[in-house]
Design a protein around this ligand. Structure first.
Ligand SMILES: Cc1cc2nc3c(=O)[nH]c(=O)nc-3n(C[C@H](O)[C@H](O)[C@H](O)COP(=O)(O)OP(=O)(O)OC[C@H]3O[C@@H](n4cnc5c(N)ncnc54)[C@H](O)[C@@H]3O)c2cc1C
Length: 438
């Protein structure tokens, strides 16, 4: 049973460097460190929670985060579309570790929630009283045969990596006709709309350049429809029709041959043809391409999948938390949010903005020996860029319930929403959200 009453008296840290008010702790191998609250992962969710905890005056917070760079990933769609510089999406992590929070620059290798210990790749043992898991999502490129060998070459790209998003734009500019293929996997992914946002930008780009009539755009998706929320689907169906995009649902990308420029899809179990006879081998189809934008299958980071925190009923290994309180279902001193969590909503930064205050409030309650009271309703939003200068903001709750929050009609493509995406949201992210103010 986890110990909820322990208080940290001092941190067992061998060396503390002070940089701009931030404590960066470096440790010798096998060192033992103790944090009152340990946040695993200093990405969108981890930094937001750390900042909000500090604003509430909480002491003894440590962030375990290996990366020296922090990325604003939502802008990678615009990088791929050639309207946002990649360099503007990255800033030093150290500038966003709140003053008074320890930055443990290392990566978690193992979590032992029964003993309240996280072991790191650098050989540290970090004991904690309370744990917040915010380690993001793992991109499983290796699950698509031949993909890793050809990424960034042969017209194969993905906005899901900082180094590859600029390649999307390079390859797009080289496209003068043929087949432009866009894929979406069957697993949950971060930003469910991202596989198609870049497709609409590409379609608009080709139209403006006069190459649209010579290009067949295909959306090969393991999903069953263009979007699960009926109000969003209605708008996107019109966008797809406007660009003449061919949709192939129930299609999971399983192999890419970069040299031959061929992509192979397997029918998913819910494909009408497979559903008739689930025992029969799943049919495969191979499509030629001139341009291929891939969104890889995704899952929880391996160290979480292998831990007792993972949902045992789901091989993708999400941290199993209550969908309203964000508290772990078996370990009351553990919370999780963001992409790594089991929260059954679309995984976005916008969702984290609503999850973080709920988590912080409930964590503080549990630290005082109370029951968590705050409830997260599944709010998430997806800024669906549908053309250069057009964006359609999809906001929804659990169970795909449409939930617009702005005092304007957002159920259509709008120029002011495009400005929000390109200028407003990045500013809000860097200056408010990561600072614990939004
Ligand atoms: C192309 C693209 C477009 C997107 N568009 C939008 C959008 O328009 N709107 C929107 O709201 N969201 C969008 N998103 C999604 C959004 O970026 C993510 O949902 C959000 O960043 C998730 O936050 P997180 O903290 O859970 O994960 P991350 O921000 O990815 O952070 C996870 C952190 O954990 C760290 N980590 C990993 N392994 C370990 C380990 N073993 N130990 C310790 N730390 C570890 C990583 O280094 C990282 O810093 C988009 C994402 C992409 C890729």
């Amino acid at each position: 049973m986890p110990n909820l009453g322990v208080r940290v008296t001092e941190q067992e840290v061998s060396m503390v460097l002070r940089e701009k008010g931030t404590q960066e702790t470096k440790a010798t191998p096998k060192e033992r460190v103790h944090q009152r609250i340990l946040i695993v992962g200093g990405g969108t969710a981890g930094l937001t929670v750390a900042a909000q905890l500090r604003r509430r005056g909480v002491e003894g917070v440590g962030v375990l985060e290996p990366s020296e760079q922090h990325y604003y990933q939502p802008a990678w769609t615009l990088v791929g579309g050639g309207v946002y510089p990649a360099e503007a999406t990255v800033r030093p992590t150290k500038n966003y570790i709140p003053a008074g929070v320890s930055w443990l620059r290392d990566a978690a290798a193992e979590v032992d929630p029964d003993r309240q210990i996280v072991r790191t790749q650098g050989g540290r043992e970090i004991r904690y009283d309370f744990l917040v898991v915010a380690a993001g999502i793992q991109l499983d490129w290796h699950k698509v045969e031949g993909l890793e060998a050809t990424l960034g070459r042969n017209g194969v790209t993905s906005n899901y990596r900082y180094d590859l998003a600029p390649k999307t734009w390079t390859f797009l500019q080289g496209l003068k006709g043929g087949v432009a293929l866009f894929t979406a996997p069957g697993t949950p992914i971060k930003c469910g709309g991202a596989p198609q946002k870049i497709m609409y930008l590409a379609a608009d780009y080709l139209r403006r350049k006069g190459f649209a009539k010579d290009t067949q755009i295909i959306f090969g998706s393991a999903g069953t429809t263009i979007f699960g929320v009926p109000e969003v689907k209605a708008v996107l169906d019109r966008v797809v029709a406007r660009y003449g995009i061919r949709t192939e649902f129930h299609h999971e990308l399983v192999a890419v041959d970069g040299e031959k420029k061929e992509a192979t899809f397997e029918f998913t179990p819910n494909h009408p043809q497979v559903a008739v006879n689930p025992q029969a081998p799943r049919p495969r189809v191979t499509l030629p391409f001139d341009f291929l934008h891939v969104v890889p299958p995704q899952s929880a980071p391996d160290f979480l999948k292998q831990s007792p925190l993972a949902d045992p009923s789901n091989p993708l290994g999400w941290v199993q938390v209550d969908k309203h309180t964000l508290q772990h279902v078996r370990y009351p001193n553990v919370f999780s949010l963001g992409d790594a969590s089991s929260l059954p909503t679309s995984k976005t930064g916008a969702a984290i903005r609503k999850q973080a205050p709920v988590l912080v409030e409930n964590l503080l309650a549990v630290m005082k020996g109370k029951e968590p009271q705050k409830r997260y309703d599944g709010y998430t939003s997806c800024p669906l860029v549908t053309a250069y200068g057009k964006m359609f903001l999809a906001e929804f709750l659990y169970d795909n319930r449409w939930h617009p929050t702005l005092p304007i009609n957002t159920q259509k493509e709008r120029y002011d929403m495009w400005l929000l995406k390109k200028y407003g949201l990045p500013l809000m992210y860097w200056h408010l959200m990561l600072r614990g103010r939004a």
